[in-house]
Design a binder for this molecule. Structure first.
Ligand code: ADP
Ligand code: TRP
Length: 346
């Protein structure tokens, strides 16, 4: 499916990832990249720190979040000798490409982009002026994202549903530029939604989300993970009462992590009245710890040796830049005329 394809994954360094992010986004992204590489394709994986500054202004917090997210991807199995692993702000061609894309981005696209629309809706609900607190970074977010994608001739962008619109905008801008200059300057990307990745419920039954404060932490110690798991909502039915596993929250969370045999064991035990809530919480705890143990060790190692990670990111930028430079040069030649030859690129 990804034969010879270029896959690009971007992640914003905001929030501390939880188990839901790990199982629902981080692990699948790494796996997809590895699949592409195994089939002669390429995988670009970057940290979108320019996107993060729209909302986060504290350099200490930004640095900490970047560090965490970089270490989490490495801990999850990203291999920087195979994937191109870099930081957005290390590629100065990206904002340059963005500037050219602006000239082909209808303002109406930005008005309709959902991150901006959501911010306006929030202001209206609070009785504030529409654009209160909204900066140009947020407003033009999709164009910067289009540059991220188009710079590397990306074929496929794996995304959650909320990002589909952004990939479509990138496609539209690229199409407009190619049409205007009547040449294939930019490669049209496609989005990919992994339908097999289920939403992991949080400890209160809603979607696990940092905004709901209902998360199972990822790389904290066993005690913190246990605390979260033992506060998962249950009812007061006694152990002996046969229960339909469906709808039992511990079981629903277990689904996203257990093997089919483990899941069957929990289902049978519940149906037969042989497993109580304490038992099944311990089963879930074991599964979570088993899932994260090895990765947590790697994570702690990289957090403590971040200079090694910095080196990986620097090497990744060295691999990514020439590709972005070639795209920029192609664009500049078309935009300013061939006699200019794309200008001097260091
Ligand atoms: P949060 O809801 O905690 O703020 P984000 O919206 O930042 O999480 O999501 C980051 C990534 O993690 C997205 O790709 C999203 O689809 C995925 N994700 C978030 N929560 C879950 C969940 N509960 N189950 C599966 N995937 C999730
Ligand atoms: N907008 C994405 C998010 O909020 C992050 C991102 C920035 C991205 N540039 C990208 C994702 C390019 C994929 C491709 O999650």
């Amino acid at each position: 499916m990804f034969e010879g394809k270029t896959i690009l994954t971007g992640v914003k360094p905001t929030g501390t990832p939880h188990l839901g992010n790990y199982l629902g986004a981080i692990k699948p992204a790494i796996a997809l990249g590895q699949e592409a590489i195994a089939h002669g394709g390429q995988h670009y994986m970057f940290i979108a720190d320019y996107h993060a500054i729209n909302a986060e202004k504290d350099p200490e917090v930004l640095a900490q979040k970047l560090k965490e997210i970089a270490c989490i991807y490495l801990a999850g199995g990203l291999d920087p000798s195979k994937s191109v692993f870099y930081r957005q702000s290390d590629i100065p061609e990206i904002p340059e490409i963005t500037t050219i894309l602006y000239a082909y981005t209808p303002k109406g696209f930005m008005n309709k982009a959902h991150a901006y629309k959501a911010a306006v809706d929030k202001n209206r609900a609070a009785g504030k002026p529409d654009d209160d607190g909204i900066n140009m970074g947020l407003y033009t977010y999709p164009t910067l994202m289009a540059a991220d994608i188009l710079a590397y001739d990306t074929d496929i962008v794996p995304v959650g549903k909320d990002q589909v619109q952004h990939v479509e905008i990138a496609r539209d801008i690229a199409g407009a530029i190619n049409a205007h200059y009547n040449q294939p300057l930019l490669h049209l990307p496609e989005y990919h939604i992994d339908e097999n990745v289920a939403v992991v419920p949080g400890i209160d039954g809603r979607k696990m989300s940092k905004s709901y404060g209902n998360v199972i932490p990822l790389f904290e110690d066993d005690k913190a993970i246990k605390k979260a798991i033992f506060s998962i909502k249950t009812d007061s039915r006694p152990m002996e009462e046969p229960k339909d596993p469906k709808g039992i929250l511990v079981y629903e969370i277990y689904k996203s992590i257990a093997t089919p045999a483990q899941l069957q064991e929990m289902a049978d035990g519940l149906r037969q009245g042989k497993l109580g809530y304490g038992h099944i919480k311990n089963m879930l705890l074991d599964a979570v710890i088993n899932e994260v143990k090895e990765a947590r060790e790697k994570y702690n190692y990289y957090m403590a040796h971040f200079d090694e990670v910095e080196e990986m990111l620097a090497q990744g930028a060295q691999k990514a830049r020439p590709v972005a430079q070639a795209t920029l040069q192609r664009l500049k030649s078309a935009v300013f005329g061939n006699h200019r030859g794309g200008g001097a690129i260091s």
